[in-house]
Design a protein around this ligand. Sequence first.
Ligand SMILES: Nc1ncnc2c1ncn2[C@@H]1O[C@H](COP(=O)(O)OP(=O)(O)O)[C@@H](O)[C@H]1O
Ligand SMILES: [Mg+2]
Ligand SMILES: [Zn+2]
Length: 337
Amino acid sequence: MNKNVHDAIRNEYDSIRKKSDEELEMKKKGVYERIPGIELIDKQIFQCGLKYNRLILASHDYKDTLELLEKEMDELKLKKKKLLAENDYPDDYLRPDNKCRMCMDTGFLTGSKQRCPCYTQKLIKALYDSSNLELTEHENFSVFDEAYYPDIADLKKYGLKASPRENIIKIKNRCHKFINNFRASDEKNLFFNGPAGTGKTFMANCIAYELLNMGFTVLYQTSPVLFNTISEYKMSMNQESGMLNTAYKRIFDVQLLIIDDLGTEPKSDSRYAELLSILNIRQINNMKKPCKTIISTNFGPRNILEYYTQRFTSRLNGFFDILKFAGDDIRMIKARQ
Ligand SMILES: Nc1ncnc2c1ncn2[C@@H]1O[C@H](COP(=O)(O)OP(=O)(O)O)[C@@H](O)[C@H]1O
Ligand SMILES: [Mg+2]
Ligand SMILES: [Zn+2]
């Protein structure tokens, strides 16, 4: 998947350069038709360039001749500028129209293997586009507001000894640690559970936003969509080709997989086995490179056990840090405001 992104970016640069070459040729053609003198000057500039290169390659001391040539070249360029100006063209009209002056639309800083900032920009955009996330712009740590969580402890109401606010601050710190240690193979996955409207999806989006900006691949799927992708893949005759295959493979190798609303997928006997195998494979992949998972669900741990069998729950305990979200329904609070 990462490789596909880079291939796509390389193609994008190729076509940008091709387009601007073509545009330049068109412009030149137009100018030559209107001002034949310019075509002549361009030919002379080209000849000068050839002579110049030849002299340099000969590597003798042609200093005086070189200087003369340089002077001749400068004069030709000036003449060209003047002619263009007299005919109401801007003087850079025939300069190659590169969008990025730092890399001339190659993606790499001129004369180096270092990525141009515009490459990184494109990469992040591509990562966003393939993450399936739309909300990240509105849901990230910069708009995180802990005031939505009550600062009174109420064990009976919230199921916690601490107040929901203390609780969410702790969770937030844990999530920052997850982001900072994302590359570490012993950093655990995260399991969010708690009632609707307590900020589980929001928190997953905050994490996705940070990781995307760090250049990691992210895939967000609600549980029904995820299981749908899997069953479509299994039912398709032609598993080796096409979009479906790519969508299916990404579930296993994307660097952060977010499974939102686990437990809302249609019931079927095979789904827990499928989930287990996804988690197992991702856990193995994670030994070599980041391959982490965030699961969110409204189920409490006991309900999960009823829904997914003992084997799944024990995996969960081994691979995941379980974070319990609590508080009032923020969606309701916002609607009231
Ligand atoms: N920490 C927060 N700061 C600001 N808004 C939040 C925060 N957490 C959640 N929200 C908002 O509250 C609403 C419900 O949150 P959401 O993450 O969808 O809950 P859940 O996934 O637990 O059901 C959303 O509109 C979300 O943008
Ligand atoms: Mg949610
Ligand atoms: Zn650039």
